[in-house]
Design a protein around this ligand. Structure first.
Ligand code: NAP
Length: 276
């Protein structure tokens, strides 16, 4: 069986064409909306992700307000900058790049972002609202995954979805979104026992572990939908994808699957905020 390729990169490109028109319409009313990006410290991977997000803003006509802070920034100093951005009318969305240096209380800083500008979906309030089915911006990576799933017409209802990882920005919100789509969800983490046996029963597998090819191909059943959120040096994800390519029902490639749709979701939610 030839597996269906879930092409996040192509999809993101298609959506960007629509986004340009939407941004243009908002800008015609007098103000080009802006996404504020906050980068704290000098982690090269984080710097690259922020640059990619700024480049996406540019492609669709959004302004990006760049805030770069040194590694020694304190929680209070960062909170001060977030407050300024909350009060800045031109700024329609705020992205605080994760992870921040270990000396900063990341949760306190995420939660200081005004819910109306939480376009990356990182606040406790946003998570709670989303989980309860109240309108909220979704956490960008899982929301991007749900947009891929919906676009390719994959029905989650009644399916057993196994999410490997329970981080606040990925595994947890992913699980809640799949639950809202009527999947039966199992959440696995570092203390889970018999992980391979659980994954063998999965109709939908989401790899969000943060370890290269940790989820082995022979744990995954033939007709599964395989979503790999990981990205590691050498161009591999959290799932051993190569042997699955002609065996599973569908899979997201690495690179070119989840990553582009994460950025695309951040951009879409910034536009939604501006449209409001
Ligand atoms: P994270 O915060 O490090 O969380 C990793 C999760 O995996 C934790 O819940 C951890 O469990 C679990 N885990 C670790 N070892 C495990 C094991 N042996 N068995 C089962 N579960 C295990 O990572 P994250 O931020 O969620 O990111 C996960 C992956 O997604 C990474 O590869 C990252 O690069 C990728 N990512 C991609 C994007 C994108 O835009 N494409 C965005 C964000 C992240 P505990 O909770 O018990 O510690």
């Amino acid at each position: 069986m030839k597996s269906l390729l879930l092409e996040g990169k192509l999809l993101a490109k298609k959506f960007e064409n629509e986004f340009r028109t939407r941004v243009h319409k908002v800008a015609e009313k007098g103000m080009t909306p802006s996404l504020a990006t906050i980068l704290v410290g000098d982690d090269p991977a984080s710097a690259t992700y922020v640059k990619m997000k700024q480049a996406a803003c540019q492609r669709v006509g959004l302004n990006s307000e760049k805030v770069e802070l040194p590694v020694r920034t304190t929680t209070n100093q960062l909170l001060g900058r977030i407050e300024e951005l909350n009060d800045n009318e031109k700024v329609k969305g705020i992205l605080l790049q994760h992870p921040v240096p270990s000396g900063i209380d990341e949760r306190v800083c995420f939660d200081a972002i005004n819910a109306a500008k939480d376009v990356d979906g990182v606040t406790t309030l946003g998570f709670g609202r989303m989980s309860m089915g109240v309108p909220a911006y979704g956490s960008a990576t899982p929301m991007g995954i749900m947009r891929i799933i919906r676009h390719y017409g994959i029905n989650c209802e009644g399916k057993h979805a196994v999410v490997v990882g329970r981080s606040p920005i990925l595994g947890k919100p992913m699980s809640m979104m799949l639950l809202a789509a009527n999947a039966t969800v199992t959440i696995c983490h570092s203390k889970t026992q018999r992980l391979s046996d659980i994954i063998k029963t999965a109709d939908i597998v989401v790899g969000a572990v943060g370890r290269p090819e940790y989820i082995r191909a022979d744990w995954i059943k033939d007709d599964a939908v395989v979503i790999d959120a990981g990205y590691h040096p050498g161009g591999v994800g959290d799932i051993q994808l190569e042997p699955l390519k002609n065996r599973v029902f569908a899979y997201t490639p690495v690179p070119g699957g989840v990553g582009p749709m994460t950025i695309n979701t951040l951009i879409e939610q910034t536009i939604q905020s501006a449209e409001k």
